[in-house]
Design a protein around this ligand. Structure first.
Ligand code: SF4
Length: 215
């Protein structure tokens, strides 16, 4: 048996695979960004502003992108100098500044959103059941990384107070009480605009059921 770079256990092999994927993502992100005269960080901020629709403060951008305040501030200043974003006073607090896309910024954000197309294409070659299991596994990974404090919260169904988890998702779907929707494992949402954080006890209960239910 060949020796795994990160050990012989499945944990090491999965880690190795994820690192190979991250290399591909970094390379594709830089390739796209250089062709657009931006950095991947600047592209990420444009996409975030497009997804959120409302202006965001610098602190919110830093939190959502897991960047430092200094890096966020530099990237935002560069985007402003390029005419892709503009700052304006927030309505709640007239002294605070928030950032929004200009029309040129919206066009750039739409292009920036396309760089991961190579991943979508590769995932599309998996069977539907494989995609569903893969997504469920990703949700579990994201949740665990959130719990470890390694990534910011992603406003997903499993932490939302509107989520009604199913013990048997294959037979009966989960439900969203806010949108009155049945939600299969493959339809669980990330970055949902109507997400509302459940209290920690509810989150723990939901997570226990979700993590133990069969895919
Ligand atoms: S509001 Fe959004 S995140 Fe919450 S359960 Fe419904 S779809 Fe999921």
């Amino acid at each position: 048996m060949s020796e795994g770079v990160y050990g012989e256990l499945a944990t090491g092999r999965v880690t190795h695979s994820l690192l190979r994927l991250s290399t591909a993502m970094r390379s594709q992100a830089w390739e796209w960004a250089e062709s657009a005269g931006l950095t991947p960080t600047q592209g990420e901020i444009l996409v975030l502003l497009m997804q959120r629709k409302n202006p965001l403060r610098l602190g919110e951008i830093a939190r959502e992108t897991a960047l430092t305040a200094a890096t966020t501030s530099d990237a935002v200043s560069t985007l402003e100098a390029k005419g892709l974003i503009e700052k304006r006073r927030t309505t709640e607090d007239g002294r605070a500044l928030a950032v929004k896309l200009t029309s040129r910024g919206r066009t750039a954000a739409k292009r920036a959103q396309q760089w991961p197309d190579f991943l979508t294409e590769a995932i599309g070659t998996l069977r539907n059941e494989e995609q569903a299991i893969f997504y469920r596994t990703m949700i579990k990974m994201i949740r665990q990384l959130e719990v470890q404090g390694d990534i910011p919260a992603h406003r997903m169904c499993v932490t939302c107070k509107h989520f009604e988890v199913s013990k048997t998702p294959k037979k009966s779907a989960h439900r969203c009480s806010a949108l009155n929707l049945a939600i299969g494992d493959a339809e669980l949402r990330l970055d949902c605009p109507v997400h509302e954080e459940a209290d920690s006890l509810t989150q723990k209960k939901v997570w226990k059921i979700f993590a133990q239910s069969a895919a």
